[in-house]
Design a protein around this ligand. Structure first.
Ligand SMILES: [Zn+2]
Length: 295
């Protein structure tokens, strides 16, 4: 009897061990299945992610190609227009941005669908918005100088290069684009620089090109920084200066409260279009319009 009970106890123990082992094995199997499934799911999701990334890349390339084709079509269209036009007019505005002039000039340009070029000086945080708007509305933001003070700018060729670099950096901070189009304060033909550094312009005109810039003077002067007193003066100076069959680079200013130029602008555009001219902004492909150097 004793023996029997002992055997029974022993049997129970064995059965218990077997059950526990089965449970453990079952748990291990379940655990294994879960891990395997997880691994598979991860693999699938990784593959799906990879596929999505590849598709995104393909889409990006397709959009990029489409954009390039569209730009090329636009360029061709512009070239055709230019070939059939009386001539090309490049409106340029120096010494801005200013709160009183720049936005009104941009309003007029926008209204007429005309792109122009702004040769900018160092600007305050409040005026940064006008640079942003110039970019948004696809005008060319070109460099005039961090300073316009001749005694500083033309102290030496190094000082002038630094002056372009500094305004270039400020524009880059605002737009994320490095502008390579410049206009010397006073133009490359200025004689004022002689007072501060003999021969500086002669050195600068080759140096800026060597450093990757393209510089633009003008061949039509509105004289709005000089003798022009009224919007009629500006209008007459501009339309009498513009010549058919060439690139007309018109010098104007968006310095503060330049209302005489602002008031003439719309009429100048109307006149140009009626005469069969096209209006363009300066780009890196535009042939340089240069004065002769006098220092
Ligand atoms: Zn200037």
């Amino acid at each position: 009897m004793e023996y029997y009970v002992g055997e029974k106890k022993l049997n129970y123990k064995r059965v218990l061990i077997v059950i526990i082992m089965i449970i453990i094995i079952l748990l291990l199997i379940i655990f294994g299945i879960v891990i395997a499934q997880n691994h598979k799911a991860k693999k699938i999701s990784l593959e799906a992610q990879k596929r999505a990334e590849e598709e995104e890349e393909i889409m990006k390339i397709a959009i990029e190609t489409q954009k390039k084709e569209e730009e090329e079509r636009q360029r061709q269209k512009e070239k055709e227009e230019e070939a059939n036009a009386t001539g090309i007019i490049y409106l340029t505005f120096d010494d801005g941005p200013t709160a009183s002039s720049t936005p009104i000039i941009m309003d007029i340009l926008k209204n007429r669908g005309v792109k122009a070029t702004f040769f900018v000086l160092h600007y305050s945080d409040e005026n940064e918005q006008y640079i942003k708007r110039e970019k948004e509305e696809s005008h060319t933001i070109a460099l005039h100088g961090y300073s316009h003070t001749y005694s500083e700018v033309y102290q030496s060729a190094d000082a002038c290069m630094e002056n372009f670099k500094k305004i270039g950096n400020q524009v880059y901070q605002t737009t994320g684009e490095q502008s390579k189009i410049i206009r010397f304060p006073g133009g490359s033909s200025n004689t004022i620089s002689k007072k501060y550094c003999e021969g500086v312009m002669t050195e600068l005109v080759t140096r800026v090109i060597n450093e990757g810039y393209r510089y633009f003077d003008w061949n039509v002067d509105s004289d709005d920084a000089g003798h022009a007193k009224t919007s009629e003066d500006i209008y007459n100076n501009v339309i009498s200066g513009i010549k058919p069959g060439r690139n007309n680079v018109v010098l104007m200013h968006d310095f503060a409260e330049n209302y005489k130029t602002i008031d003439a602008l719309d009429s100048i555009i109307t006149w140009g279009l009626e005469q069969g001219y096209v209006f363009r902004k300066i780009t890196e492909e535009t042939p340089m319009v240069k004065h002769g150097v006098n220092n």
